[in-house]
Design a protein around this ligand. Sequence first.
Ligand SMILES: [Zn+2]
Length: 238
Amino acid sequence: MTSPHRANPKTTQTCCICNKPFTLRHLRSVDHLRPSILAMLEEQEGALPEHAMICEGDLSKIRRKHVEQLLQDERGELSALDRRVLNDLSMDVSTAATVDPEVDQPTTIGVRAADAVAAFGGSWTFIILFASVLAIWMAINVVGVFKQPFDPYPFILLNLVLSCVAAMQAPIIMMSQKRQEEKDRLRSENDYMINLRAELEIRQLHEKIDHQMAQQWQRLAELQQIQIDLLESEASKK
Ligand SMILES: [Zn+2]
């Protein structure tokens, strides 16, 4: 039993899909393809001759199509993220390396200021400081430090100042929240892509291992049969 892989690597053979000549190093035997991919290939190209060879380019195309089909069967329409993962998979590049970099540093001064104000506005320092300012303001006007209090009870000016602070703080906090949401969205998209890639890779590995094991069992059974035949012929000679 001679495997086509053990032949001289310099000899060329034609790919059964694109009919172009390739050296054996760039060809795979269709006998070694996983059953699901082989079925898809035969569905597309018709029955293939035994020991036919397929080039790496066509193999990666059919693999991509196979995974795409698999995903489509499971969730219907493919999203842009799914397509990106499929692209990475067919080009054999790491998805973790191609995901969008997270926007950690805000770009404009306005956004950076909004982040700083929102962070300060949501801290105990701000609450304590603000409460102290209120208490001092009221104390000054009630106790009568000045001859003429600048904001006598019921503190109408203080009310105006508080309204202004609240009116300014709300949009600033919203601005910062929007940026945070954008960051979270990007992060979850990246996580999704990496998880999907891992799932697809693991699935492929499973299928490959099953296929390999089935092949090995078959070879082992063949070897055993040869040994039994040999033993029987030896026994009949005696
Ligand atoms: Zn080809």
